[in-house]
Design a protein around this ligand. Sequence first.
Ligand SMILES: [Cu+2]
Length: 370
Amino acid sequence: MKLLRDARSGAPFAVLLGLALVVAGCSSNNNGQNSLQPKGRNARLISDLFIPIVILAGIIGVLVVGATVVFAIKFRHREGTDDNPKQIHGSTPLEIGWTIVPALILAVIAVPTIATIFKIAESPKGEVLHATVVGKQWWWQAQYDKQDTVANANIAKTVVTANEIHMIAGVPLEIALQSDNVIHSFWIPELGGKQDVIPGREQHITFYADKPGTFLGACAEFCGLSHANMRMRVVAQTRADFATWVANQQNGPAQAWSGEIEKLTANTFACTNCHVFNDSSKATYGPNLTHLASRTTFAGGSMELNRANLVGWILNAPGDVPMQSKDCRLPPPATCVGMPSFTKNTPKGDYPVMTKAQAEQIAGYLLAEK
Ligand SMILES: [Cu+2]
């Protein structure tokens, strides 16, 4: 009996603690990945469907749990009564009722759900910006080829970039999603639904952004060691800003890639086995580095682009983000994924080890802006 009383006095506390934890998840501190704050057509279609269904489900939940509690109290065991109350097993009206009512509720929910799925899958008409995004381990490559419908986008020459995908606010961005490795999932919660990215297939997703802004996302399908570091963002710009971005990408690097810096990156450390430094139209094994300085993040969008972070990365990338590539100076066979370390684990000492000064020099070059 005493034990029972102790458990009872602890219960309100446990409930309060649970509630506090749940409510903490709803803090107004917006992390930029809130699907309840839609910033464009498709995201809005999803949340307009989600909210009424959650309310409906909530009401049903309260009724069912409430009835369970009421019945548990009302029909509890009392001294001097039979152990079992009157049984109603096999009641036909009840069995039919609780089969039909949920079926009807589901049927009603299915109507707007299916309509929304079709609306979201619609290919946009009129002016549409197109990009191809390829899921890598563990980053995203974005490529813009010549556009047919977008006024002034002027992408006559291909632009290849990583992790930060640019679009025009008010103009739909239709992305062709590909993977050359495992399954990933592309998700920008404030702009719309999630799309799995499957090797050997091309999937499509369309984003609409009402206003310029930066919208964050993360890979939503476990894709290996550094899945948790695989982020991305969509940057919606005004038409003029987007045109400026494209023009800058199409220009060569801020400083000519030649002399000492070319020797360091092409010969001494052979970064060019995996990267391109002077032509943003080329897609290679690693992210295109021609206009790294125009990005705000790197390493699958998981690290802020600044000098200290970049120097650390160039010296020993696997020290920042777990990868299977410590010794891999060449685009890898299957067991080697990511960027090598240049300070550690050089196989048999047959590759040169990088000094901090050399890393500083490369970082300085990569961060140079026009
Ligand atoms: Cu992924």
